[in-house]
Design a protein around this ligand. Structure first.
Ligand code: KIV
Ligand code: ZN
Length: 513
């Protein structure tokens, strides 16, 4: 079987999804999960884009040992220098440098002639090779580029030392037949192509990103790039979990091997969804809630007789647990610890203690605590920042009566350690609560999105709230969970505001979990 390298760009192209705003600890946690999932290469960010991204890439590079860590750079020396500073401690540092090659990008965006583009690409790959032994060069908008121009520039950048050539469908324009033909053409016409890996990178604007990636693999791509849950710019990137499962289920058609651990798919998808606030649609292939649900009587009957009648992927294959081992009021610390280890969490003694207390509090109100509940509690504790000044909720009360204006009273401690308290009204309970929280904070806050969902089912399910807001002009997101919807709403608001303090601290020093 031919081996195909998996290049994950959830933390770079995925993080470019509108409204997504991960902090350093969340990025680090996603990176650790990507390592468990078995990706060969992970793109941890774009170090020159901001100090925060630089620090995040640096901490991931210092932590991850079993995947090669890369960072994006424009074709300019300063980006390459900054990327090297962020990546030099990685087990296998790698640079990803890109330059557009399509006529429209060269003329209007770069304002360079094709000859100048070739020269810049060659110069920057040569420069990068003085620092990095692995250099990936991307021909941005390759799918709308002239094939013979691609042959010429690829030949030269390989001579300059590029070890991977990536041909992105940047605007999600191509079709499987066309994209496959481009890979075949490059394989057959670039004389030194055997000296580099050939990579595909697809966007989903026309809904063909996964199909296009598979066509590229069939036509000579030895590396595939994508994101978890298909998140990314505009309509997103090719969904890596879909590619992984397609390659596995249809081995008959795709005789290609990867290092991915398919059982880690569900956990990886859950973590990415929770941190980004981008819910996975119920009907999403492979990881959607309904991917294994059979509604029609005929289908249910068939599955009971033989699962293969309507089920081509088993839930177990992608790590969906069918037998949630439920914990309850009487479960002790030992059972709790075993359970969370089974779920893939490694917590410090202090955080384990905190998690056990939260679990015990939950069992006072909820008879059975499911895996989903535990995951929600644990993931928040796992990535809670320590040693950062922040607002903390002391107590709150909301009065609602259908005939009166809702009123909220809130007590908080401020980042300076002062206890403050006030009350405000609003046209609804959440508005009253948010008006009160805002009145207690010094920051200028503007809420842009509010999303409430339940974790699992049942009347006693946990509530989860995701918010997006600007705080002093910076866009941040926040999340909070609790059994009560208003408490979850308050936590999400405070979590979003506290991110501003965390980001300020993290921009100065790398964070650790
Ligand atoms: O889609 C694209 O072209 C990219 C490049 C930076 C590789 O993401
Ligand atoms: Zn892209």
């Amino acid at each position: 079987m031919v081996h195909v390298n998996i290049f994950d760009t959830t933390l770079r192209d995925g993080e470019q999804s509108p409204g997504v705003n991960l902090n350093q600890l969340e990025k680090l946690e996603i990176a650790r999960q990507l390592e468990r999932f078995g990706v060969d290469i992970m793109e941890a960010g774009f170090p020159a884009s901001s100090q925060g991204d630089f620090e995040a890439v640096k901490s991931i590079a210092q932590t991850i040992k079993n995947s090669s860590v890369t960072g994006l750079a424009r074709a300019v020396k300063s980006d390459i220098d900054i990327a090297w500073d962020a990546l030099k401690d990685a087990a296998e540092p790698r640079l990803h440098v890109f330059l557009a090659t399509s006529p429209i990008h060269m003329q209007y965006k770069l304002m360079k002639t094709p000859e100048q583009v070739v020269q810049t690409a060659v110069d920057m790959v040569t420069y990068a090779k003085q620092k990095f032994s692995h250099v990936e060069w991307s021909a941005e908008d390759a799918s709308r580029s002239d094939l013979d121009f691609l042959v010429k520039i690829i030949t030269k950048v390989i001579d300059a030392g590029a070890t991977v050539i990536n041909l992105p469908d940047t605007v999600g324009y191509t079709t499987p037949e066309e994209y496959g033909r481009m890979f075949r053409y490059i394989r057959e016409n670039v004389p030194n192509i055997h000296r580099a890996a050939l990579s595909c990178h697809c966007h989903d604007d026309l809904g063909m990103a996964v199909a296009n990636s598979l066509a590229a693999i069939e036509n000579g791509a030895t590396q595939v790039e994508g994101t978890i849950n298909g998140i990314g710019e505009r309509a997103g990137n090719a969904s890596l979990e879909e590619i992984a499962v397609a390659l596995n289920i249809r081995k008959d058609k795709y005789p290609y091997a990867t290092n991915l651990v398919l059982k880690e798919i569900k956990r990886t998808s859950d973590i990415v969804s929770r941190f980004t606030g981008m819910k996975v649609p119920g009907n999403k292939a492979v990881v959607g809630k309904n991917a294994f649900a059979h509604e029609s009587g005929i289908h249910q009957d068939g599955v009971l007789k033989n699962a293969l009648t309507y089920e081509i992927i088993t839930p177990e294959m992608v790590g969906v647990q069918s037998n949630d081992l439920v914990l309850g009021k009487h479960s002790g610390r030992h059972a709790f610890k075993d359970k969370i280890e089974q779920m893939g969490f490694v917590l410090s003694a202090e955080k384990l203690n905190e998690a056990f207390q939260s679990f015990k509090q939950l069992t006072d109100h909820k008879k059975e605590v499911t895996d989903e509940d535990l995951f929600t509690i644990l993931i928040d504790i796992q990535t809670a920042a320590v040693d950062v000044k922040k607002y903390e909720l002391v107590a709150f009360q909301v009065q609602y009566a259908s005939a009166n204006l809702p009123t909220a009273t809130v007590a908080l401690t401020t980042p300076e350690g002062e206890r403050v308290e006030t009350a405000r009204t609003g046209s609804g309970s959440v508005e009253a609560l948010y008006n009160t929280l805002e009145a207690l904070m010094k920051e200028k806050i503007h809420l842009t999105d509010f999303n409430l969902s339940s974790v699992g089912s049942g009347r006693d399910a946990l509530a989860e709230v995701h918010v997006k807001m600007t705080v002093n002009g910076t866009t941040v997101s926040g999340r909070g969970s609790a059994q009560d919807v208003l408490e979850a709403a308050a936590k999400a608001f405070i979590n979003a505001v506290n991110r501003v303090f965390f980001n300020q601290k993290a921009a100065k020093e790398p964070a650790t979990l």
